[in-house]
Design a protein around this ligand. Structure first.
Ligand code: ADP
Length: 172
């Protein structure tokens, strides 16, 4: 475990099931603020996801290609522990709405109690992305709605493939 944490390194964690334009905007802007931005893709054995951890990591790697100083890594367990193991001092989060604020406020206080060396830094979502969530995108995809405004083309086709596979799977 690194002894000192670099204040110029940040970690941005999430489920990214799938990654969308709101996430990408935070990654893009975060990459301009820090020397290194590690995107931590959460493995949660209790949560069912549309895309496996390997797929989520792979899709993220593809959509961040060309953004300097960004790397993608899977992680299991406490986010603050992952931040510390990465040698970073900053946990980067995106804020969409007032309701996000309540949750994020509690989370950042909890994280501070768990590891007082790690600070949470928030970036406000751009207005055009502030209503986007992965949950909403999965629903739109399953009902055959228009996805272009929410996800890059690569994610759109991965979503359509996955939803198609599920809809054509024989029912037990
Ligand atoms: P997901 O489950 O969609 O991956 P998370 O809830 O795990 O998202 O969020 C990962 C991070 O991305 C959080 O900091 C969250 O606030 C941020 N985020 C999610 N959606 C947006 C958005 N539309 N714009 C900006 N930040 C966002």
């Amino acid at each position: 475990m690194p002894a000192s944490l670099n204040p110029r390194y940040a970690v941005y964690t999430g489920t990214f099931d799938p990654v969308h334009l709101g996430h990408l905007d935070i990654i893009q802007r975060g990459s301009q603020l820090f020397d290194r931005l590690i995107v931590g893709v959460g493995i949660n054995p209790e949560k069912t996801t549309l895309f496996s951890i390997e797929e989520r990591v792979e899709l993220l790697q593809q959509v961040v290609q060309g953004i300097p100083r960004v790397e993608i890594q899977p992680f299991l367990g406490l986010a603050v522990r992952f931040v510390r193991e990465a040698g970073a001092r900053i946990m980067l989060r995106g804020l969409r709405t007032l309701s996000d604020m309540e949750y994020e406020f509690t989370m950042s206080l909890t994280n501070l109690a768990l590891d007082s060396a790690i600070e949470t830094v928030f970036l406000m979502a751009k207005e055009e992305y502030s209503h986007i969530s992965s949950t909403l995108i999965r629903q739109i995809a399953s009902f055959g709605g228009e996805l272009d405004k929410f996800v890059p083309p690569l994610i759109k086709s991965a979503l359509l493939d996955r939803v198609g596979e599920r809809q054509h799977r024989p029912q037990p």
